[in-house]
Design a protein around this ligand. Sequence first.
Ligand code: NAI
Length: 464
Amino acid sequence: MASYDVIIIGAGPGGYVSAIRCAQLGLKTAIVEGRETLGGTCLNVGCIPSKALLNATHHLHEAEHNFAAMGLKGKSPSVDWKQMKAYKDDVVGQNTGGVEFLMKKNKIDWLKGWASIPAVGKVKVGEETHDAKNIVVASGSVPTSLPGVEVDNDGGIVVDSTGALELPKVPKKLVVIGAGVIGLELGSVYARLGSEVTVVEFMDFITPGMDADVQRTFKKLLEKQGLKFVLGAAVSGVEASKTKAKVNYKLKKDDSEHTLDADAVLVATGRKPFTDGLGLAELGVAFTPRGQIQTDAHWATNVPGIYAIGDAIVGPMLAHKAEDEGMAVAEVLAGKHGHVNYDVIPGVVYTSPEVATVGKTEAQLKEEGRKFKIGKFSFMGNARAKAVFQGDGFVKLIADAETDRLLGAAIIGPGAGDLIHEICVGMEFGASAQDIALTCHAHPTYSEAVREAALACGDGPIHA
Ligand code: NAI
């Protein structure tokens, strides 16, 4: 048994970042993790492995579709799925190993096992109970289940995002349930690998929460890559055998029932907080009606000494949101002033092209009754994007109608996930669209499209 200033439960991006900041601020820190490796869902079975597969299959797509036009002739590469998965595992190993190194470097103890909190100030891991002045719950989330659908990742037929990274072979027909971030990223991977991918979505649009023009353009681009969509459809059940599955759904517009045959089914209908076995309810910790741990502005629960961050609490389930909360709660525990600006949290879908958003959407501002203006610029007017066959998307900036202050942005295009941060920094500094428009942007870069969209908020873009 040992005694700590802070014990953090869960070593995902929220937990491990928080542990490092706690240690940097002089707190004696331990982190509890039951997985074999550190890094949580993100590093082990989420963001990182999926990005490896997205990268590999993006190159395949380029070879198949754009090499010849660039004068690169020859046979397209063939897919060695086993090797592609080995590459993915190697990327994961490098990253989880990196987190372990950072724990050692910062003298953070890794308590291996699954934690419970038997009493305030106590954390039990295996047979050992440790003392902690403060406990930070960073236990993350797990995929939600769907009535009538039994996920069996080991079976490799009906899988969630974890199983989809390990399919025994590339399926001929893949049905994806849910046109959210996971469904579209992994759906893209398999479409590029040659699967016939059909995405069945409950809403009448994809990626709920984005503006309609962004959804429409994004859907069109994915359709161009071979993905098929069935929208306005509620999946009622999946019948699976050892080798195949049937996906039953009902169209909302006329209640008609339909079936899709599949060699594999990916269930990507959202995630829910994971707090099982921690004993929080027994201690009287309050939860929201959606099962999230209730916290105040300083990530404190209603039970003194117990804090919570990341996917287990309210807010977008994003690794970087959890990281920011992890750093901020560490500052609070060290007697400083931790803060997270929830108005400036970017979201990125890592398809090709990427889709990135931040701040308010047009729809939200209309609902708030706030007057705004929009500056939009197509990547068709961007020389660099055209050179890489990616002129289809756009940059959309939203600024206050009177003050010109940046309120939000959406970017569909090459490098969108990096470009969005120019807007994030601008928003943090209270920048106007004109501030972006007056900033010299190197030519030829994708970022010129951001400047052009900013110009479109004023006297007009140059290349449109
Ligand atoms: P999601 O909430 O983004 O999308 C789920 C979709 O499934 C929704 O469009 C919903 O309408 C649909 N759906 C629900 N029930 C359905 C039914 N019965 N039939 C048909 N469609 C149905 O959830 P997703 O994609 O599973 O992702 C989970 C979380 O992980 C999200 O919060 C997401 O932001 C996060 N994530 C973020 C990534 C990123 O930032 N790049 C990558 C992967 C996950």
